[in-house]
Design a protein around this ligand. Structure first.
Ligand code: SIN
Length: 284
């Protein structure tokens, strides 16, 4: 029987120590050993890119299942009809109505950080993209941890971050139902996280809008530390800038990356992207 080792994927790095582009694989036709090698590459490298793909929502959900159970979206608004797992990031208007959220993720965060089990990975599939702008930026949080001065490591290792989905939605003017509130209580996660695949560490609990405090620190002091760490982790040396082409599938590992979308000329161009999340676990 073929094994993961039996399939040698053709790859090239996105950054010297982070992320890999996988060449010559069509995700709708990949056999089991090839898919196993794709997953193995993902777990070791923090992000994978496959260009020239053409996935229907059902095929994207099937690909998502290769990584684990798809994560549900708390709110069904802006999901693909009949595919509640597929969130639409788009500025397209159909029959006078927006069919997606055009501005999802325009700030540094990792996905579903405010959930009890955070998202393991995020899969973005670009269907239409503008000629310039809308790049997705990924920061390599393991390299950021590895290169942090020892004294700073001692200062932040063990700190706990208080996330609040309800506060986050409140700031955006979104009124949650009681059922949505019950589904999303506040959670406490570590600032420095261990990757369950191989024990590598990442400076992880970073975001501003959904963070209430670092436990045990005055609120402003905690948020200042988070802002300082975001600035450190997102410096050029740790950053991959993804310039989209239609057909791209970009998958990143939320256990060791921080990401943000970037703006584009929404008046004159369309960006239409399908996003799925894979269920993760409680960070430790
Ligand atoms: C996200 O943060 O989920 C999306 C980022 C992007 O659209 O580039």
């Amino acid at each position: 029987m073929a094994t993961v080792e039996a399939v040698k994927l053709k790859t090239r790095p996105l950054l010297p120590k982070f992320g890999v582009e996988i060449l010559g694989v069509n995700l709708t036709e990949a056999d089991r050993p090839t898919m196993a090698a794709v997953l193995d590459t993902f777990h070791k490298n923090g992000a994978i890119l496959l260009r020239g793909q053409s996935l229907t929502p059902a095929q994207q959900v099937a690909f998502t299942r290769e990584f684990g159970e798809p994560e549900t979206n708390v709110r069904e608004e802006h999901t693909v009809p009949e595919f509640p797992e597929v969130f639409v990031i788009s500025n397209k208007i159909v029959d006078g109505k927006p069919i997606g959220n055009p501005e999802a993720g325009l700030n540094w965060h990792t996905d579903f950080q405010y959930g009890q089990r955070t998202a393991l990975s995020t899969i973005l599939h670009a269907l239409e993209v503008p000629p310039v702008g809308s790049d997705t930026l990924l920061a390599d949080l393991c390299s950021a941890w590895n290169e942090l001065p020892e004294e700073k490591k001692r200062q932040i290792d063990g700190l706990q971050v208080h996330f609040s989905y309800q506060m986050f939605q409140d700031k955006r003017g979104v009124k949650l139902t009681q059922a949505e509130k019950d589904m999303m209580p506040d959670v406490i996660h570590p600032l420095v996280r261990t990757h369950p695949a191989d024990g590598r560490k990442a400076i992880w609990g970073l975001a501003v809008s959904p963070v209430k405090e670092i436990v045990g620190m005055p609120e402003e002091e905690g948020l200042d530390l988070i802002r300082e760490l975001i600035a450190y982790c997102t410096q050029e040396a740790f950053l991959y800038r993804h310039k989209w082409q239609p057909g791209d599938v970009l998958v990143w590992d939320n256990r060791c990356t921080l990401h943000t979308g970037t703006p584009f000329d929404m008046k004159n161009h369309i960006r239409h992207v399908h996003r799925t999340w894979v269920q993760g676990d409680k960070p430790f």
